[in-house]
Design a protein around this ligand. Structure first.
Ligand code: GCV
Length: 722
């Protein structure tokens, strides 16, 4: 096996040679020769080679990456040198493996950077000027190396470097909703990249490139399997496969985690119950965990969806989420494993507003979980809608480390046909003020543990990766993977900076490319919200597959899966009253936030219909009636896709034709879909408002019946009904 892995390390450098077609496979790790000659010469003058001591597998990776990057970017071989005395050397190491680093780097600064942080510094020694990438551990050196490569890829000045950075969050993790049959729930980029059937013997070189891409943005964990879990992954034949992936990922600092199906003791263990308080069950999990650690000594732990949407859980035995989570936590504790227990729960038997249920259920448990349990909370209280106000649990459970769950895959944001840059959405949530401990108690501070002094902290992202050649289906889906990783490392980065980096590495440093693409990306999330769910509307997508608009959905097995449950349009008006006169969901927020969301005058327009049911002729801040405003928002959104197309057309000829054409075709689809959303929603709501679409706006081409009869039986990403 070790040999196979070694061959793969060599193989990846070939895959990434420039000259291969621009099919998007390289992601942002494109090492094409720098086309600005004077810059290239200045880099060549500054970098004569690199030096790295120690021969851990992570160090091997660093050497391969740096050599591939420098040779590609410089268009000539850049060598590894054995001494540290040459001018222009890039010297990489830790105080433990490099006497040069130990002698030249301030230990206090380095210690402050922890296990994963790093520094990059220019150092002058006599006539020599060198660049040092130093960290306390090899993994920090790898992260630092990727950072250094990025400086070159994005054409930064490297004359006087002084960079120090450490992650703000410990667990920076992808959640794959990948099934063992290779389908991906809510996946729009082909099948799963995990080729379970051919593992453990066949190792797809893509696994290495997956690890490289994640390491390059600081992602340090991956949950391989769907939260709608299959217990089989915990059986020996699958654990052998998991082991191979974990071995491949280890040098890249990427830990493997699995989803635990709560009923596994029955399904694969032959027990009659999965009751968490039964000693046999605890024992079964203890033994199972021991077995897993035999395969994967640094296994990260379990992610669990329990008693949610049909998944089994402790409540099947009249036990609580605490009982379930703590049982697994006890099994994992001796190995330093953790439990990520999801708060995405809502019951069809509960008549209570779905937006309130997770808070009602989990808040009383604050302080009762073991110290290796994190409660994983979606960014909003419903379900990854195009826009949601932040989840009221953030700030409400100070004694429990709460992990953020974002969705990178665009289940509700146009799937893989719409361009929506999601950094703006992630930031909107992270920057929201919970007021839990007064002004400035942002969601980000809850999540990074700084508000309540938690040692454990984490951000998870539901992956958008599949086996499509370009990984994410839409080329711009890559930017969301990238932005997710960058924000997990440092949530203070701006969406603009992240977009800027990504564009330069992915497409070009030409300002005439960077600026229009950046403008388009930064506006894109708002544009999509406008043509799908403006003014705080939510949950109006097609049933099951969630593709396209369907505000008319009313007959589903449960009320809270319908659209009418959420928009509540009637002849009087539209919107979900979540104030005291309605479901009173606002009471779950701290007083300052409650006051803002609860008052029509203070509530931002973007959340208005999330919290208020308002008459059609309600006068908006703009002076328009609510109905007219709704029309203008939908039209603005759909028209703006035309603007996005113009932005894209302006880069024609300045980037490769292959990716240009691909995005261009997808933008054409997005334009059609935006009009489809606009027309369907407005024609449907018009049956309640009985008001005309303002004269200045073109009339929808088809009638409501046409839109209501569209059907998409084979839309991708669907999950089987339970
Ligand atoms: C994995 C939504 C999605 C489901 C998903 C669920 C969850 O309901 O549509 O596909 O299931 O969220 O987050 O558990």
């Amino acid at each position: 096996m070790q040999n196979k892995i070694a061959i793969l390390f060599i193989f990846f450098t070939f895959i990434f040679q420039p000259g291969f077609s621009e099919d998007g496979y390289q992601l942002w790790l494109r090492y094409n020769q720098i086309d600005d000659e004077s810059l290239l010469n200045s880099y060549k003058a500054a970098i004569s080679g690199y030096h790295l001591e120690g021969n851990s597998r992570t160090n091997e990776v660093i050497k391969k990456e740096l050599s591939a990057a420098l040779s590609g970017l410089f268009g000539e071989n850049v060598s590894e040198l054995s001494s540290t005395s040459a001018n222009g050397l890039v010297i990489i190491g830790t105080p433990a493996n490099s006497s040069f680093i130990s002698a030249n780097i301030d230990k206090t600064s380095l210690n402050a950077l922890g296990e994963e942080g790093y520094l990059i510094q220019s150092i002058k020694k006599g006539k020599n000027k060198q660049i040092v990438i130093a960290a306390n551990k090899d993994i920090g050196c790898l992260y630092g190396t990727f950072h250094f490569i990025k400086l070159l890829q994005t054409h930064q000045n490297i004359d006087d470097l002084d960079i120090q950075t450490a992650p703000k969050v410990n667990i920076r993790i992808l959640n794959h909703w990948d099934n063992l049959d290779r389908t991906v729930e809510r996946g729009y980029a082909g099948f799963s990249i995990w080729d379970w059937h051919r593992l453990p013997d066949y190792i797809d070189p893509r696994y290495i490139d997956y690890a490289r891409a994640n390491a390059s943005i600081g992602i340090n964990g991956t949950v391989l399997t769907n939260v709608n879990a299959n217990a089989l992954v915990l059986t020996p034949s699958y654990l052998e496969k998991v082991k191979v992936l974990a071995d491949l990922f280890r040098p890249y600092g990427l830990k493997v985690y699995l989803t635990a199906r709560f009923s596994a003791p029955i399904e694969i263990g032959g027990l009659e119950t999965a009751d968490p308080l039964k000693p046999d069950v605890q024992n079964w999990w203890n033994e199972k965990v021991k077995e897993i650690y035999n395969y994967v000594p640094d296994f990260g732990g379990f992610l669990v969806k329990a008693n949610s949407e049909g998944q089994p859980g402790p409540q099947n035995y009249d036990r609580t989420h605490v009982d379930g989570a703590n049982m697994l936590a006890d099994a994992l504790k001796p190995f330093n494993g953790i439990v990520m227990w999801r708060a995405f729960v809502y019951s069809d038997e509960e008549p209570v507003d779905r937006a309130k249920q997770a808070y009602n259920e989990f808040k009383p448990y604050d302080g009762n979980f073991r110290d290796n349990v994190m409660v994983q909370v979606k960014n909003g209280a419903i379900d990854f809608q195009p826009r949601e106000p932040f989840h009221p649990l953030f700030g409400a459970m100070p004694q429990t480390p709460l992990m953020m769950e974002f969705q990178i895959t665009q289940e509700y944001l146009g799937q893989a046909t719409n361009l929506a840059y999601l950094s703006s959405m992630y930031k909107e949530c992270l920057d929201s003020d919970t007021y839990a401990k007064g002004k400035g108690s942002t969601v980000a501070k809850v999540v990074d543990g700084s508000l309540d002094n938690h040692k454990l902290s984490g951000i998870a992202g539901v992956s958008n990766i599949g086996n499509d050649r370009n990984w994410t289906g839409h080329t711009f889906g890559q930017s969301n993977w990238y932005a997710f990783g960058r924000l997990t490392w440092n949530h203070e980065l701006s969406s603009e900076q992240i977009a800027d980096e990504w564009i330069r590495m992915t497409f070009s440093n030409d300002e005439d490319v960077v600026q229009p693409i950046k403008d388009m990306m930064l506006a894109s999330h708002e544009i999509v919200v406008k043509y799908m769910t403006p003014l705080g509307l939510h949950h109006m997508m097609g049933g099951d597959h969630h593709y396209g608009p369907a505000p008319w959905i009313k007959d589903m097995p449960r009320a809270d899966w319908t659209s009418v449950y959420y928009h509540k349009a009637d002849s009087n008006g539209i919107g979900f009253d979540r104030t005291e006169t309605g479901s009173n969901a606002i009471e779950q927020y701290f007083p300052e936030v409650r006051k803002m969301f609860g008052s029509v005058d203070l509530c931002p327009d973007k959340y208005l219909l999330w919290f208020h049911h308002l008459p059609w002729d309600y006068k908006m801040r703009s002076g328009n009636s609510l109905w007219d405003e709704l029309c203008y928002e939908y039209y603005k959104g759909a028209d703006s896709v035309g603007w996005m197309q113009d932005q894209w057309h302006s880069v024609k000829g300045k980037i490769d034709q292959e990716r240009y054409d691909r995005v261009d075709m997808l933008l054409t689809i997005q334009q059609k879909e935006a009009i489809w959303w606009r027309n369907s929603c407005l024609l449907y709501f018009q049956t309640f408002s009985n008001k005309p679409i303002p004269k200045s706006l073109e009339k929808p081409e088809m009638d409501l019946n046409y839109y209501m009869n569209l059907s998409f039986p084979y839309a991708p990403g669907i999950r089987p009904r339970w």
